[in-house]
Design a protein around this ligand. Structure first.
Ligand code: SAM
Length: 283
């Protein structure tokens, strides 16, 4: 790689560029992902290639996504002569992963890995939910606090909209923590690596309605589920009305009106949304 190119690529805070520099953690992350010769690995935010370097040697195919046009020439210089390396110079939030993977001549089992830019990690996670059927497993580095939120059990303060959304579609496993000094530049906070495996069934019938119910349920965290759902407007409001109101909806789905959203488990959230979708088996 030419020196001038390297010099041009200062870490951009606005793109969440904290590059993984400690090889022990690179190794740990790759071991957790366990890439194989007969697998495609999608990497979001390849950066300067800390993970890519391992992936091109261990995986069947590497689809490296990077938004920063100052970094893509560095990646191309370094990995361009590996036949299994494909660079996608795009915003991961705009990317249709399903179409991208459909372009492969031989469809391989696909895993996804990312040391995610923290400023868009929640948005990326939500975006990836829609492509969960195309991906067998994800190993993600996130802010430790976000991983604590994702894995929060019912009744804990950290539980929120993102927890319930992820729990509806994935089994989450908290793998290990990574200190700030493993990165250049060092972020202010600790990171954690998480594994997400798509569940095979038991999903809410209507995904959009599910999101709306959970989002409103957590609307004001200090309020009860009853008081939050009373604020329902538009389509959700009409559905609740047509089912006899909030109290009846909660009673029919076994949710205590005095509960706060953070105490409701995933099965009850799904039951609540399915009841309102009109697909409740008892209805
Ligand atoms: N994977 C590298 C590593 O571990 O050192 C880089 C990780 S760095 C935390 C995040 C990377 O994601 C940066 O290279 C950044 O430019 C890239 N990025 C930020 N926003 C992005 C987006 N919307 N789509 C694709 N890549 C993005």
């Amino acid at each position: 790689m030419s020196r001038s190119r390297q010099n041009k690529s200062y870490a951009k805070k606005s793109l969440g560029q904290n590059f993984l520099a400690d090889q022990n953690y690179v190794e740990k992350l790759i071991v957790s992902l366990d890439p194989k010769r007969d697998e495609t690995i999608v990497e979001i935010g390849a950066g300067r290639g800390a993970l890519t370097k391992k992936l091109v040697h261990e995986a069947g195919k590497v689809l490296a996504i990077e938004i920063d046009r100052d970094l893509t020439p560095i990646l191309r210089d370094e990995f361009g002569d590996h036949d299994n390396f494909h660079l996608i110079e795009q915003d991961a939030l705009e990317l249709d992963f399903k179409s991208l993977l459909a372009l492969q001549s031989i469809p391989l089992k696909t895993k996804l890995v990312a040391n995610l830019p923290y400023y868009i990690s929640t948005a990326i996670l939500q975006h990836l939910i829609s492509f969960r059927k195309s991906i067998s497993e994800m190993v993600l580095m996130l802010q430790k606090e976000v991983v604590e939120r994702i894995t929060a059990r019912p009744g804990t303060r950290e539980r929120g909209f993102l927890t319930v959304l992820i729990e509806a579609y994935f089994e989450a496993e908290n793998l290990f923590d990574v200190p700030p000094d493993a990165f250049r530049p060092a972020p202010k906070v600790w990171s954690s690596v998480i594994r997400l495996r798509p569940k095979s069934g038991g999903f809410p019938v209507d995904e959009e309605l599910f999101r709306d119910v959970v989002s409103l349920g957590f609307g004001q965290k200090r309020k009860t589920i009853l008081n939050n759902l009373k604020n329902a407007k538009g389509d959700l409001g009409e559905r609740i009305e047509s089912k006899g109101g909030v109290n009846k909806t909660l009673k029919e789905t076994g949710v205590d009106p005095g509960q706060r959203a953070e105490t409701i488990d995933i099965d009850h959230w799904i039951e609540l949304a399915d009841y309102l979708s009109g697909n409740d088996p008892d209805n």
